[in-house]
Design a protein around this ligand. Structure first.
Ligand code: GSH
Length: 209
């Protein structure tokens, strides 16, 4: 089955590139430009949000990084990136925790938005509670589900790594140690090399400094 990856090298697409490299699958990459081909009719037919990343596997389209990571783990079981069906509690829990509470808390932090006074209706309550919960999750060693590295580590590890890099998550020894453990994966190094190399041709234009 054909597998196509829609991305821009400066985007959350890096998470999916890492996951694709973990699976060992063959795939084609289609690079899209911000505000241009990303909002063109051809790509809007794939993702009406006009956002990257997305994948097309045969006739199946998947968007949303966390969903793509979970889908690829199931589509390529030989890569062993999902726990057995009977043991997926932590896997689903932390994958969805990162896609919902962590993603919205870090985005709000970057935009200097606070949930103060609205904690009970906010999906992540307040930032510090989200962070303390994340620290507990990553304190299980070596990975979120124990010995097995899974798609949840690709997604949660990316959220942790980006949060520490961009200052939206205050460091802690547990978060840094977890980031180092997951970033040591050879597939992470391969994915980073591919996307770094694609930056000159396909990345967004940077303002001259
Ligand atoms: N919830 C989506 C977020 C995707 C997203 O916001 N992508 C950004 C790049 S990191 C994008 O494509 N922005 C372009 C735009 O909105 O025009 C996911 O997890 O995949």
């Amino acid at each position: 089955m054909d597998l196509t990856f829609y991305t821009n090298p400066m985007s959350r697409g890096r998470i999916v590139r890492w996951m694709l490299e973990e699976t060992g699958a063959d795939y084609d990459t289609v690079y899209l430009s911000y505000g241009d081909t990303m909002k063109g009719a051809d790509y809007l037919a794939i993702n009406p949000m006009g956002k990257v990343p997305a994948i097309k596997h045969g006739d199946t389209v998947v968007t949303e990084c966390a969903a793509i990571c979970a889908y690829l783990a199931d589509a390529f079981p030989e890569a062993n990136l999902a726990p057995p069906l009977s043991d997926r509690g932590d896997y689903y829990r932390w994958l969805f925790f990162a896609a919902g509470p962590v993603e919205s808390a870090t985005s709000n932090k970057a935009m200097q938005l606070s949930t103060a006074g609205h904690e009970q209706m906010s999906g992540y309550g307040d930032f510090d509670t989200m962070r303390a919960t994340l620290i507990k999750a990553v304190s299980r060693e070596p990975f979120l589900c124990g010995e097995q590295f899974t798609a949840a580590d690709v997604y949660v590890g990316s959220q942790v790594g980006w949060g520490l890099q961009f200052g939206t998550i205050l460091p802690s020894p547990e978060l840094e140690a977890y980031r180092d453990r997951v970033y040591a994966r050879p597939a992470f190094a391969r994915a980073t090399e591919i996307d770094d190399a694609a930056m000159a041709e396909h990345g967004p234009e940077m303002p001259a400094s």
